[in-house]
Design a protein around this ligand. Structure first.
Ligand code: ATP
Ligand code: MN
Length: 255
């Protein structure tokens, strides 16, 4: 209580930020004190100009809209109290990039958040359209907001595709999987119509949610790639795409 009051009194220094803290209070149950502190610090540094509404409440994380100094932002906040973090273990512990993190819940979640930032960076450098990562601090990931005027782009799942759009969207997804594999050395590992957005301006896919993505050295990388391929083929079978699993796997792993 005292800590929260201290943070709240700091905010009084700036009337401009008053609205934000009101909103943060509404969301108080998802923010522990340390998360609030980081948000206030980021706001003091001008990285966040104003917090906006909730975009999504997922199993492990909440995503919020925010205004940045230049562009719209999405803020993904992993809940420290997340109950499914155990599953993160199997992804993190076998990843050569994260071999010496301590085995406690907070550290695993912080490593997970940094991993998502790094994965987004690698994907972007490889030419895959993803939200541009801005920064990761503890359990908070800040990235480019994929949407317009506070409205996020729709999921592939919720975007009916015209006949002439199917091939382009499918081919681009396959090309992105190939680029991830060959250029970024990554497998998405949770790819499906739920983690692909569609930019309605040009009907282009955008990959999101890369916290669980693993490098090819991960002992389960092949299995994860197989699952991703299966998911994409299952989804596109409704649009008449009949590619075979083995064919598509080869295409993704080709030079
Ligand atoms: P879930 O458990 O539902 O899969 P998650 O915790 O894994 O969610 P994400 O999939 O990364 O988190 O994001 C949840 C939702 O938030 C997405 O489906 C999307 O609608 C929205 N979202 C995530 N990142 C962005 C972004 N950069 N720009 C706009 N919207 C986003
Ligand atoms: Mn998701």
């Amino acid at each position: 209580e005292k800590k929260i009051r201290r943070i709240d009194s700091a905010k009084d220094k700036s009337r401009a930020r008053e609205k934000d803290s009101e909103r943060l209070k509404v969301e108080e149950n998802v923010f522990d004190v340390s998360t609030l502190k980081i948000l206030y610090t980021l706001s003091n540094k001008g990285i966040i100009k104003a917090m906006g509404g909730s975009i999504s409440t997922g199993k492990e994380a909440n995503v919020f809209y925010a205004e940045g100094p230049e562009k719209e932002l999405a803020i993904k906040i992993y809940r420290i109290s997340s109950s499914t973090f155990k599953a993160m273990d199997t992804y993190i512990m076998k990843d050569p990039r994260f071999t010496n993190i301590r085995n406690n819940k907070r550290d695993i979640i912080f490593a997970w958040t940094r991993k998502e930032l790094q994965n987004l960076k690698r994907a972007k450098s490889a030419g895959v359209r993803v939200p541009e990562p801005v920064l990761a601090e503890k359990n908070i990931l800040i990235m480019e907001f994929m949407g317009e005027k506070e409205v996020p782009y729709p999921l592939l799942k919720n975007t009916p595709l015209e006949n002439d759009e199917v091939k382009l969207v499918y081919d681009t997804i396959v090309e992105y999987m190939h680029l991830l594999y060959k250029e970024a050395n990554l497998v998405h590992a949770d790819l499906s119509e739920y983690n692909i957005l569609i930019d309605p301006n040009n009907i282009t896919p955008i990959f999101i949610d890369m916290g669980q993505s693993v490098t090819l050295e991960h002992p389960n990388a092949r299995e994860f790639l197989y699952r991703d391929v299966k998911n994409i083929l299952r989804f596109f079978s409704r649009y008449g795409i009949k590619d075979k699993t083995e064919e598509l796997l080869k295409k993704i792993q080709a030079e």
